[in-house]
Design a protein around this ligand. Structure first.
Ligand SMILES: [Zn+2]
Length: 96
């Protein structure tokens, strides 16, 4: 069941900050990966760390991932859920 409260991946996995895998792929980059090992998409987005002393995180989510969620929950809910997710990802990265 898809509810308005969650984003989901095209594979059906529920995507939230606790289920997502965030992998470091270099000094300034992180990769956001779908929680499902069987996912055909796998990469849901990237994070670029802008400044190190007071880090800012620029998160880019996959177009396919966003389009998919617009279809599922509508543009307005999707935008809100994406905004919340990005905020939570930034908070999580701050603790790394
Ligand atoms: Zn997936």
């Amino acid at each position: 069941m898809v509810t308005e409260r969650n984003l989901s991946c095209i594979c059906g996995a529920t995507v939230d900050v606790s289920s997502l895998i965030i992998e470091r792929i270099g000094e300034e980059y992180y990769k956001i990966v779908c929680p499902s090992p069987k996912c055909p998409l796998r990469e849901l987005g990237f994070v670029k760390v802008i400044c190190h002393s007071n880090p800012k995180f620029e998160v880019k989510l996959s177009r396919m991932f966003k389009d998919w969620n617009v279809l599922l929950v509508g543009r307005e809910s999707c935008d809100r859920l994406v905004r919340d997710l990005l905020k939570q990802i930034s908070l999580k990265l701050r603790k790394f």
